[in-house]
Design a protein around this ligand. Structure first.
Ligand code: FES
Ligand SMILES: [Fe+2]
Length: 360
C-alpha cells in the first residue's frame, strides 16, 4: 500500500484533546461556519442525480442555498439558489427536471446555465440594463462522479486538496458504475466534531461494535494519516467473506474507511461494488444533521447489498448513541479535556486542523 503520510505531530500522542468548550460554545459554531465550512470542499451530490439535461437538485452549504443543474448543453454547473432581482430563494424543490427556472416572486426566468431569460417587469431600455443579472456561480468540481462545491473563490482546486485520495480510488473501478441509491438523515444531539472523533479511532470498536470486530481482522487494522484526509482499514476474516456472489478483485479488497477534512466520511466495504458517504452537517453547536448515502450498481438491492446496509446501519446506531452520551459529559464541569491513545493519531490530525482553521 502506498500512502503519502504527513507528519501530524504524532508525538502529541497522550497529550490532551481539544478543550470541550469547542463542542459546546455557540460562538465556536459561528466561527466554524465561517472558517471551516465556508472554506472547504463540501460534497453536495453525485452525477447519477443529474442523468438528463435539465435535471437539478438543491441543497445548502454553510447556510447558503445552492442549486446544481445539468444544462440543456449537458454541462453540470452550480449556482447560489438566489434570485438576482431581489434575493428570493429561486428553486424550492429538492430535485426535478425543467427547461427553465422561474422565481416565484416577480416571475424572472433563468436558463439552466444561469443566464437570465426574461424579467417580465422590465421592458425596453430597462430590460437591456439588467440583462447581465445572471445566477451567481459557485466553485464546483466533480471527482469520481461525486459533486463538490466550495464557497471560497480562492480555495485550492479539489483535485489538489486531498493529496493522492482521488487516485487511490482508481483501484475501485466499479465506482464509475454506481448510482446514488438512497440517502437518509438523522438529527444527532451532539457537536459535529464528536462524531468525527468517534469515526477516527477504532479503540471503541471492541467495546461498542461486536459485529464489526467479529467480521473484520482487527489484528491488521491500520489508521494512516495523509494530506487532509486519513484512511483506516483491514481485511475481512478468512472465514467471514461477505456474500456468496462472484466478486471481482477490487470488490474482494478489504474495507476502507476514509475521512476527508472537515466533515466527510466515505466507506467502502468488501463485497459487491459499494460506497457510502456520511456527512456531519452542524445545525448548531450541540446538534448535527447526519446524512448517510448509499451507492450501489442498481436500485433493486441484492440480498448481499441489503445485508451490507444492515451491517453499516447497526454500527452507525451504536456510534450515535455513544456521541450523544459524550455530549452530556462535554457540558459537565467534571471534565474539560480528554487524552489520546497511541492509536488515535487520526483524531490528533483532525484536532490540529480544527485549531489551525480557527486560528487558535
Ligand atoms: S425576487 Fe425573483 S423575480 Fe423578483
Ligand atoms: Fe464506531
Amino acid at each position: 500500500m502506498s500512502y503519502n503520510p504527513v507528519q501530524n505531530k504524532a508525538s502529541k500522542t497522550f497529550e490532551r484533546t481539544l478543550t470541550y468548550d469547542l463542542y459546546t460554545d455557540p460562538k465556536v459554531f459561528e466561527l466554524e461556519q465561517e472558517f471551516i465550512f465556508s472554506k472547504s470542499w463540501q460534497l453536495v451530490g453525485h452525477v447519477s442525480q443529474l442523468e438528463k439535461n435539465g435535471a437539478f437538485f438543491t441543497t445548502e452549504v454553510a447556510g447558503e442555498p445552492i442549486i446544481v443543474t445539468r444544462g440543456m448543453d449537458g454541462e453540470i454547473r452550480a449556482f447560489y439558489n438566489v434570485c438576482p432581482h431581489r434575493a428570493t430563494k429561486l428553486e424550492k424543490k429538492e430535485s426535478g427536471q425543467k427547461k427553465i427556472l422561474q422565481c416565484g416572486y416577480h416571475g424572472w426566468t433563468f436558463h439552466l446555465d444561469g443566464q437570465l431569460n426574461k424579467a417580465p417587469n422590465f421592458s425596453g431600455e430597462d430590460a437591456a440594463c439588467i440583462s447581465d443579472r445572471c445566477l451567481r456561480g459557485v466553485r464546483m468540481e466533480i471527482m469520481q462522479s461525486f459533486i463538490f462545491v466550495n464557497l471560497d473563490d480562492d480555495a485550492k482546486p479539489l483535485s489538489e486538496s486531498y493529496g493522492d485520495f482521488f487516485s487511490r480510488l482508481d483501484k475501485y473501478p466499479f465506482l464509475g458504475e454506481l448510482k446514488r441509491i438512497n440517502s437518509k438523515t438523522r438529527v444527532i444531539k451532539a457537536n459535529w466534531k464528536a462524531f468525527i472523533d468517534n469515526y477516527l479511532e477504532c479503540d471503541h470498536c471492541y467495546v461498542a461494535h461486536p459485529s464489526f470486530v467479529s467480521t473484520l481482522d482487527m489484528k491488521n487494522y491500520q489508521i494512516i494519516t495523509c494530506d487532509n484526509y486519513s484512511v483506516q482499514g483491514t481485511v475481512v476474516k478468512p472465514d467471514k467473506q461477505m456474500g456468496t456472489v462472484d466478486l471481482n478483485e477490487a470488490e474482494m479488497q478489504g474495507g476502507e474507511f476514509f475521512w476527508l477534512w472537515p466533515n466527510l466520511m466515505m466507506t467502502i466495504y468488501p463485497g459487491p461494488g459499494n460506497i457510502a458517504t456520511i456527512q456531519m452537517i452542524p445545525i448548531d453547536h450541540e446538534t448535527t444533521l447526519g446524512v448517510y448515502t448509499y451507492y450501489f450498481r442498481d436500485e433493486n438491492l441484492t440480498q448481499e447489498e441489503k445485508d451490507l446496509v444492515a451491517f453499516a446501519e447497526q454500527v452507525r446506531q451504536e456510534d450515535v448513541e455513544l456521541v450523544e452520551l459524550e455530549q452530556v459529559g462535554f457540558r459537565s464541569r467534571a471534565f474539560n479535556k480528554g487524552v489520546y491513545s497511541q492509536s488515535e493519531k487520526g483524531i490528533v490530525q483532525f484536532h490540529d486542523m480544527v485549531l489551525e482553521a480557527l486560528g487558535k
